[in-house]
Design a protein around this ligand. Structure first.
Ligand code: AMP
Length: 352
């Protein structure tokens, strides 16, 4: 009997961890990624070295796989749809469509009854001036598409700030201005939905960012049970509205009164869910593989408190320190060069 094969578009560390989880459940994996010997291909059965939108490569992937998934949200929607014509593609291409544009994303969230920051589409300097006036001169200006890890953003902290030239300085691309959210902390929930509609959520993580990049995720988050329940309910509503299959990451701002404002969704496994591989029996990676393969979802219960720390750039030099720590899981991504801002690995320390 040939073993079922899962195609993964994207060859980074998330694809690598998905491939490892897939192997443990007897699935073969094929990675579609233009960069040869990418982190995911190092642990997968095969790599198709080609652009994500290469029609011949997509057809080759579809022919060789039983189901196709992806590890990043900027997979061209047309590529996902081409694959979906002949194979199940999970999460559904619609989720990519919603998550790739911050304006579409916010409108979709609001349509599900999920609160976001106030926002305005900004397609010119005049739009920006009007939007800033609406938000009292404060706000966060972001590119609508292709932004990640705080890239493509400018913060306006007071009405005194000079916004002239700001539209052109962001590259003349479509932008969004979000109202500035004076949050108390940032949290995320990692949720999974099975083909039969069952939803399970991992515990809510509290996240700290540095220079726009996730630095730590700590469990438990310092939030009330009610705030945690609201986060899980928001994820459930969103997953149902997208007729979603797989794992999703949903980031929120927590206000002083415990209220939640959704910031971003990622239709994939998420950095703020890496702790699950050490502090739960079933990780977010296995959960995603189970969901897309049509297997029953696993128990998301957390057996330990923990803190996950990303190893970014030169942080990798502290590897000997981490390797010497008790109750600490070290996970490296197979990247040779430690460039600034590059995610090289992560560690999860179990606290109790
Ligand atoms: P993002 O790329 O949207 O996740 O933004 C990166 C980080 O910038 C977030 O994790 C927040 O710390 C901060 N940030 C983003 N949007 C806002 C906002 N509307 N108000 C205040 N801080 C924000």
């Amino acid at each position: 009997m040939t073993l079922p094969t899962i195609g993964i578009i994207g060859g980074g560390q998330l694809g690598r961890m998905l491939a490892m989880a897939a192997a443990r459940l007897n699935f073969r994996t094929i990675i579609l990624e233009p960069q040869a010997d990418c982190p995911a291909a190092q642990v997968a059965n095969r790599q198709i070295v080609a652009a994500y939108d290469d029609p011949a490569a997509l057809d080759e992937l579809a022919a060789a796989c039983d189901v196709v998934t992806y590890e990043f949200e900027n997979v061209p929607v047309s590529a996902a749809e081409r694959l979906a014509a002949s194979r199940p593609v999970y999460p559904p291409p619609k989720a990519l469509n919603v998550a790739q544009d911050r304006l579409t994303e916010k409108r979709f969230l609001n349509g599900c009854g999920i609160e976001t920051a106030g926002f305005r589409a900004v397609d010119s300097q005049a739009d920006l001036a009007a939007a800033l006036a609406d938000f009292g001169g404060k706000g966060v200006l972001k590119t609508r598409r292709m932004g990640y890890d705080g890239k493509g953003q400018r913060v306006f902290r007071s009405a005194d700030e000079d916004a002239s030239g700001a539209f052109d300085a962001m590259g003349g691309v479509p932008l969004i201005l979000e109202s500035f959210v004076a949050f108390e902390r940032e949290v995320s929930v990692i949720a999974a939905r099975a083909i039969d509609g069952t939803v399970v959520c991992f515990d809510v993580a509290e996240n700290v960012h540095r220079n726009g990049i996730l630095h730590t995720s700590t469990l438990p988050a310092r939030i009330s049970d009610e705030t945690a329940r609201t986060a899980r309910e928001a994820a459930s509503k969103l997953l149902a509205a997208l007729d979603y299959v797989g794992v999703i990451g949903m980031e929120f701002f927590v206000m002083a009164d415990g209220g939640l404002i959704a910031n971003e969704i990622a239709p994939r496994v998420h950095n703020s869910g890496h702790w699950t591989e050490a502090a739960c029996v079933i990780s977010q990676f296995e959960q995603h593989i189970r969901a897309v393969a049509g297997l029953p979802l696993g128990d998301p219960a957390r057996h330990s408190d923990c803190v996950m720390t990303n190893l970014i750039g030169d942080d990798i030099d502290s590897l000997p320190h981490w390797l010497a720590q008790p109750r600490t899981l070290v996970h490296l991504y197979g990247k040779r060069d430690a460039r600034p801002g590059r995610k090289m690995g992560h560690v999860t320390q179990l606290l109790r």
